[in-house]
Design a protein around this ligand. Structure first.
Ligand SMILES: CC(C)(COP(=O)(O)OP(=O)(O)OC[C@H]1O[C@@H](n2cnc3c(N)ncnc32)[C@H](O)[C@@H]1OP(=O)(O)O)[C@@H](O)C(=O)NCCC(=O)NCCS
Length: 443
């Protein structure tokens, strides 16, 4: 029975993925390893499901290996610093051999593929006072050309080299190339295949990484990320901002890794994604002055309960800010009361010039989701002027203040604000539906 469930889970994706473009960004080290032949079989399955695949490969390992073989000192192996003339020459050799190997291997699994000069670039120039010489920056992608291959059911194979139109070949960082290609083609996903995986640390769930959390991880001074994953994560966050909905980072040493990541509920790698709550983030102590100033007017208008700065500071982790382009435009707080298994949705506010665009609704949805995660079975809100918003728009029911948990009732009576009390039950979904939701989250 279980098997049928799994199969249904997989089949559920098929129409969803059909005709979509997935950029597969693969490290040279993965191509060099034994498991690459297994990855090719996964690619063949994806191709057979009418997923349009673009392969962008790195070549760091091949460049290092060839340098060692020839005894050439190279200035850089991954296009993130100076590429001098000798390094470029050696890189072109290593990359050409590798591209050829990939073409050869794709042919063995019956996949048609094409190389092209779709990457157009210019020299990166002088960076931090140093001339990067033959290291390039992607300027433009010949998207029309690549789409023509895809329409022919061919896999474009893109190497980390760009041409500048003046007879120069430039070394491009392959992660940057994957991002540029995905952006230009409007890809649905980028799958980065590298050796190793991004491990959980400090309780962070690194299987599902909302882009805001990925950025926070990158900004941390000690995040124990290897340089390789640092780069991948950096480009993953940029891809999400550029409109690629999902970026998956998987371990190239694992068998059937692409299928396991894409067609199982939990996946096996790290998925960086934009979700609908992406712009909502937990407040930090440094945000307290902003929160205080933001709620000044609604407090004056008696829409919100007055809160002392110290009170906000003490519970700052209960507060969430909705940001647009990094600027806070709204807030909500979720105070969870363990004994009564109830949460209070508080301090809900959207700045006047951002009202009526759905932000209030998103903050309410977010607060409910948070409350559920914390274990609350019901959520209540107190309001003087927005009862209609909660009841009409979000299904809250007005109840008597007697229904408040005891600790909150005392505070309510002391405040004498006579706020309207609203409650919503947070009914747990049946396990089956919950599973489906996770499936959708990975898609
Ligand atoms: C209530 C509030 C958060 C709504 O924010 P918002 O971003 O405008 O909300 P949305 O865009 O999601 O929803 C807007 C809808 O809710 C309705 N709505 C907004 N405020 C309402 C209110 N006070 N009473 C009844 N309905 C209201 C709007 O009419 C609109 O409906 P429409 O789409 O049919 O026109 C915002 O007006 C606010 O900050 N108010 C002051 C603070 C406050 O009262 N907070 C609640 C106490 S915790």
């Amino acid at each position: 029975m279980k098997h049928f469930g799994d199969l249904r889970g997989i089949l559920h994706y098929v129409p969803q993925f059909r005709g979509r473009i997935f950029v597969i960004a693969i490290d040279g080290a993965v191509v060099a390893a034994e498991n690459f032949s297994n990855i090719l079989l996964d690619l063949a399955v994806l191709h057979s499901l009418n997923i349009r695949i673009v392969l962008v490969h790195g070549a760091g390992q091949q460049i290092r290996d060839l340098a060692a073989e020839r005894g050439v000192a190279i200035s850089n192996d991954d296009g993130t610093s100076v590429t001098d003339a000798a390094t470029l020459e050696l890189s072109i050799d290593a990359i050409s051999r590798l591209t050829n190997q990939i073409m050869q291997n794709l042919t063995t699994v019956g996949l048609r593929a094409a190389t092209s000069n779709a990457l157009l670039g210019h020299p990166a120039g002088v960076i931090h006072g140093e001339d990067w010489q033959f290291t390039g920056t992607v300027e433009r992608i010949d998207a029309r050309g690549l789409k023509a291959f895809l329409a022919e059911e061919m896999i474009p194979v893109i190497s980390p080299l760009a041409y500048d139109g003046h007879g120069r070949t430039l070394r491009i960082n392959s992660d940057a190339a994957a991002l540029a290609v995905a952006e230009a083609l409007g890809a649905d996903k980028i799958l980065f295949i590298s050796n190793g995986r991004i491990e959980s640390k400090d309780g962070l769930n690194l299987r599902h990484l909302p882009v805001a959390q990925a950025r926070e991880l990158l900004a941390m001074k000690r995040n124990d990320l290897s340089q390789r994953f640092r780069s991948i994560l950096h480009f993953a966050t940029r891809a999400c901002t550029a409109g690629v909905r999902r970026v998956h980072i998987v371990d190239g040493q694992q068998r059937e890794v692409l299928l396991a990541e894409l067609f199982s509920n939990e996946g096996v790698g790290t998925m960086v994604y934009i979700d609908e709550y992406d712009q909502i983030r937990q407040a930090r102590p440094g945000d307290v002055p902003e929160i205080v100033s933001m709620i000044r007017d609604p407090v004056k208008d008696e829409e919100l309960m007055p809160r002392k700065r110290g009170e906000i500071t003490a519970a700052v982790r209960d507060y969430y800010l909705l940001e647009i382009d990094g600027n806070p435009v709204g807030s909500v707080a979720v105070h969870f009361h363990v004994p009564s298994k109830s949460a209070e949705l508080a301090c809900l506010f959207v700045k006047k010039d951002h009202e009526k665009q759905g932000y209030g609704g998103r903050l309410v949805g977010f607060a409910e989701k948070k409350a559920k995660e914390l274990g609350a079975t019901r959520i209540f809100a107190l309001t003087t002027q927005a009862a209609g918003f909660f009841s009409r728009e979000h299904g809250y029911e007005q109840v008597s203040a007697d229904d408040l948990p005891e600790h909150r009732r005392e505070k309510y009576n002391a405040s004498r604000r006579n706020s309207i009390v609203l409650v919503k039950q947070l009914v747990e979904r049946p396990a089956k539906l919950e599973k489906k939701r996770v499936v959708a989250a990975k898609a």
